[in-house]
Design a protein. Sequence first.
Lengths: 315, 276
Amino acid sequence: MEINEKTLMRDVFIDFLRKAMTADPTVVVIDADLAKCAGTLALEKEFPDRALNVGIAEANMAGIAAGLSSYGFKPFITSFAPFASRRIADQAMISICYAKQNVKIVGTDPGIAAELNGGTHMPFEDVAIYRAIPDILIYEPTDAVEFASALPKILAYPHPAYIRMHRKNPPVVHGADYEFDPMRADVLREGGDVTIVATGLMVATSLEAADMLHAEGIEAEVIACPVVKPIDSKTITASIRKTGAAVSAENHNVNGALGSALAEVVVENCPVPMERVGVKERFGEVGKVPYLRNVYRLNAEDVALAAKKAISRRK
Amino acid sequence: MDIKSVSELGSLAQRIRADIVTSIASVGSGHIGGCLSIADVLAVLYGKHMRYDPAEPKKEGRDRLILSKGHAGPALYSALAEAGFFPKEMLLTLNQGGTSLPSHCDMNKTPGVDMTAGSLGQGFSCALGAAVGSKLKGDGATIYCIIGDGESQEGQIWEAAMYAGSHGVDNLIAFTDYNKMQLDGTTADICDLEPLGDKWRAFNFEVWDIPGNDVAAIDKAVTEAKAVKGKPKMIILNTVKGKGVSFVEAAKVGSHSMSISGEQRDAALEEINGGQ
């Protein structure tokens, strides 16, 4: 499919699943009464045997997926991110990961993208939960271009994966010829003064912050890190060796996800001053994205401030 | 195995009991009560009804057993050893460091184990997934699943039951090991399951309610269950926790996990073998 600024991530997902299910009779999709939201409802008509809807029973969805995987199938299970993570933490841990079952878990509407569903549905902890489980790959798409390139590679990855999917259309930052590599973080903008590592919708925000910093004579290197686990410490370490200052930027609690993962890379490989932009130990609340960005300090100004603070701490 | 006679199935059940006692005694303690209570159903399934090839444990189209009450792993290992999946001597490695036979079932460690289970409530959903997978592949396999009675307090059991019943997943034959005891007390005292048969019927299962340590009754129920089309099946096994070993039976709730000495092992083996 042709991808532009208006392309919804959800449509990329459905286009991929439709092609994958057509080409591979072992690909299965399972929903738990949120198929209209994920866009997978159409597949239930096109593939009535392999697009299941188990009702509002996420734990059972995860278990059925593990059983199908044990039978040689490749299931994708979808729900809102809180229910695709904390609601099924034990099933993902035992029936899927510990049992080595090849299930792809898709959690939609991450962090502030949950908007008007508010605190009960606004996951700032899902990546942290999955990062504590061995062997699972954690992928948060940056834009529709990257997502389209990534999905076939995630399908080919023979281990469990958690896909933290924004349903809408975040700004496109990659060129049309972009090729996703699950083991690689992408340097989107080069700079020598500070390294900003970002995930999801904070990637475009970080690029905006880099423009602001440039206006002040500060050159930021911006790295999109779509795969938080396993993290590409090589690319990140090379950058922070050059800049001597690091910032993480994520639509998630700063504890447990990118903020922690980047801190580990920094401390273990090249200790430099580091600041974390993200949700600081707070729960979700209702609001539109611009309002929520203000509430949780997820604007480009916040990233730029953090960058300057990290630089100021550099000796 | 292709055992035809009831007396031979009974003998296999007793050999499984002896293997359970021997393996748990070798490490000194374990979930002996809930292992002994399911020896008879394992004998009927591996001795007669299930299609499998011990030389090719992952063979496609095989019948599968998922032990959702995964803490009864030693009972399943004993049945698998008797069925020829691995040498019986391996049973003595139970729960030793680096073993292929951990307390709770692990499909990646033990030949013949069809699904990892042990966090209660999860194995039944996995069995349902396997049953759906078998239908998709059209391989004609039957998926068996043993659920604990205490385990039936887990909400996930009923999530799976609702889906299986509403979709008529008829290649799924489940059992409840209804020994009526769980770790902290009797099921009646902790959180009663009754009316258990009515619950499963209400979830659109075909239900049998039988003496659970009677190989003839189990054989008959499984034979009937395989013939029923359009519905998933639940065979409630009214069992005795620790069945076949007096001091384990006498321990009642305490037999959920208990230590077993060398003398106790010898007495138990004498009782089991004497009953043959």
